[in-house]
Design a protein around this ligand. Structure first.
Ligand code: GTP
Length: 158
């Protein structure tokens, strides 16, 4: 378990165990690759971030992850794997989020990208993302950094 504070000074606990905080998390976040690039979305308010969102009723977390990637980027998932889970102790609510790693094989232009402006492809994610305004706060805590380390350590092919 890794513990740190986020951009808003909320406590975050991250683990790469199998669903340590909730078997039934209400939120998902998907680290995506497409054709050798990172696939993000541009949230209209928060800025650049990996796609994700809330699990809807009747849906599993993995189904929500696949749906959110399509809605926010137009991406079709070829492969998706659970990598970890984190809990944010917010001022109003506690949020539990599953993190997935996904390979997107096709991007199809969508009529709407919901609360985002659609897909953004990046060759690399800057190390100093914390200090770059255009990135969302969800990219600015230890979750991204530790998930990237996890992918590397486990030799997961990017
Ligand atoms: P709505 O319910 O749709 O209005 O969204 P919301 O942003 O108010 O609520 P949500 O349940 O998505 O998140 C509640 C709070 O948890 C946010 O305001 C953040 O402070 C925190 N939070 C949510 N997701 C993340 C995340 O991925 N990382 C971090 N560090 N904090 C998060």
């Amino acid at each position: 378990m890794i513990t740190f504070r986020d951009y808003y000074n909320n406590e975050v606990r991250l683990s790469f165990d199998d669903h340590p905080f909730s078997k039934d998390p209400r939120h998902v976040w998907v680290i995506c690759r497409h054709k050798g690039k990172w696939l993000l979305t541009k949230h209209k308010e928060r800025g650049l971030e990996f796609p994700g969102g809330k699990v809807e009723s009747g849906e599993t977390a993995k189904e929500a992850a696949i749906r959110e990637v399509m809605e926010e980027t137009g991406g079709t998932i070829q492969q998706i794997d659970y990598i970890g889970q984190y809990l944010v102790e917010g001022r109003k609510a506690t949020v539990v989020k599953n993190v997935y790693y996904a390979k997107v094989d096709k991007l199809t232009e969508q009529e709407t990208y919901f609360e985002t402006d659609g897909p953004i492809l990046l060759n690399y994610i800057p190390g100093k993302v914390k200090y770059i305004k255009k990135y969302s706060f969800v990219m600015k805590d230890g979750v991204l950094e530790n998930c990237m380390k996890f992918l590397k350590k486990n030799n997961i092919q990017l």
